[in-house]
Write a protein that binds this ligand. Structure first.
Ligand code: SDX
Length: 387
């Protein structure tokens, strides 16, 4: 029986060391590089290399890394067959894209020749294969939902397109504009890594038993789906849609205020707001908000009105609750004005965070100790079975 009390949600508990990322009020840093610097000057492929391989690639290393990802974009037929089989489950709503993505990754694990090896070399190869294939799973899934032909089913897309552009191409069959591709690329950089967040910590707990990378990623996808975590980007957009439906097309300040005060009275958790670590704002949110708003301004007044609604909601949350938006709030609006289907927002988060998860899984396997905290028993006192 312990006497200490448990810290709910392990808030503020330092659960281990990592060389991958630092999440502080003052800055978000990936292996020494600050997030604004990365968002402005790097590409997602370069950031993925920093996270997975461990350093900024020179031109030759970057080209080799890109070629590896492109060469691994295609899916095995067994996974494509599963995605077709999942079509009715997605249409009936018994499965959502995050569930189907989780299962598809699991099947990839069943088929990967190195699935049972946790060596550093095998893990890095598996991490690249997963990073390459997840956008193809998302793209094929979306075309199946839309009842369309798969886009480039045998190659996993267009080798001339960047990782981000190819993701959009696979989902819609249309080559994206440079601006859309750039904004998605930056969103993938922003989403890539965030130290011991719930899904990453889940992947470390699983890999700390010396279970394999695909199993740990499968668990991480399940954790990220939750609306308190990655699922918040979809939930935030659904919340804005609900407000729009309730108050009508104009952004009447009094109606928005009334909606928010009812939400406060109902003690609703407003999706895309708040953060366990960031109490003065999420460094990533303003970056994505600015890019998304620019897209909206380019598309027309109804798209700008969505951002204006979001900005009014943010102001009320800040003024009355002192709660800032996290990255998921601007992500929802930004992906919406780029016509990305809402149920694919969190899968796209996976397409980015796979790099952070795999970096942590490799770090755990390389210097491992089983992760096993203790519990504070508050159950019934000792008693006799035949007492
Ligand atoms: C991500 O950890 C990471 O790094 C995650 C992430 C990453 O990159 O991996 O950054 C990605 O998951 C971002 C978070 C996405 N989730 C949401 O947007 C869901 C809505 N947010 C909340 O559920 C909440 O803010 C959490 C879960 C994110 C954090 O919750 P905490 O730290 O457990 O804080 P809490 O729920 O105890 O809230 C403290 C107070 C409470 O008020 P009281 O009950 O004490 O009066 O603040 C209130 C909460 O009610 N509050 C909110 C709120 N968030 C906190 N009230 C309304 N809406 C909210 N969103």
């Amino acid at each position: 029986m312990t006497t200490a009390t448990a810290t709910k949600g392990l808030e503020g508990i330092i659960a281990g060391d990592t060389q991958i990322c630092s999440v502080e009020q003052g800055a978000l840093i990936y292996r020494g590089y600050e997030i604004h610097d990365l968002a402005q000057h790097a590409t997602f492929e370069e950031v993925a290399h920093v996270l997975l391989v461990g350093h900024k690639p020179d031109a030759k290393e970057l080209q080799f890394f890109k070629d590896e990802l492109i060469a691994n974009r295609a899916l095995p037929t067994q996974v494509v067959d599963f995605l077709h089989a999942a079509g009715p489950m997605l249409r009936e709503g018994t499965a959502v894209p995050m569930d189907v993505l989780r299962t598809a990754v699991s099947i990839l694990g069943n088929m990967d020749k190195e699935s049972q090896s946790n060596s550093a070399e095998a893990n890095l190869r598996k991490a690249k294969r997963l990073t390459a294939k997840i956008p193809t799973i998302i793209g094929h899934m979306q075309t199946i939902i839309d009842g369309k032909e798969l886009v480039a089913p045998n190659t996993g897309g267009d080798a001339k397109l960047s990782h981000a552009a190819n993701l959009l191409y696979l989902m819609s069959g249309k080559k994206p504009s440079t601006e859309f591709a750039h904004v998605v690329d930056v969103s993938l950089i922003l989403y890539a890594e965030h130290d011991y967040n719930a899904s990453t910590f889940a992947s470390r707990v699983i890999s700390a038993t010396l279970s394999d990378m695909h199993g740990a990623v499968t668990g991480a996808i399940a954790a990220l789906k939750g609306p308190l975590h990655g699922g918040a980007n979809e939930a935030a957009m659904e919340m804005l849609r609900e407000i729009r439906a309730d108050i009508g097309p104009a952004n009447d300040p009094a109606k928005i205020e009334a909606w928010m005060h009812k939400a406060f009275a109902d003690k609703r958790k407003l999706m895309g707001f708040g953060h366990r670590v960031y109490k003065n704002g999420d460094h990533r949110a303003p970056i994505l908000h600015g890019l998304g708003r620019k897209i909206a301004e380019g598309r027309g007044p109804e798209f700008v009105r969505l951002f204006e609604l979001g900005e009014k909601v943010e102001k009320i949350m800040l003024d009355e609750k002192q709660i800032h938006p996290n990255v998921d709030f601007p992500c929802g609006m930004t992906y919406f004005v780029m016509d990305i289907p809402v149920p694919q927002y969190t899968p796209i988060f996976v397409a980015s965070r796979i790099t952070g998860w795999c970096a942590h899984i490799m770090e755990q396997h390389a210097n491992n100790r089983l992760i096993r905290p203790i519990a504070n028993y508050t159950g019934p006192k000792l008693k006799k079975w035949n007492g």
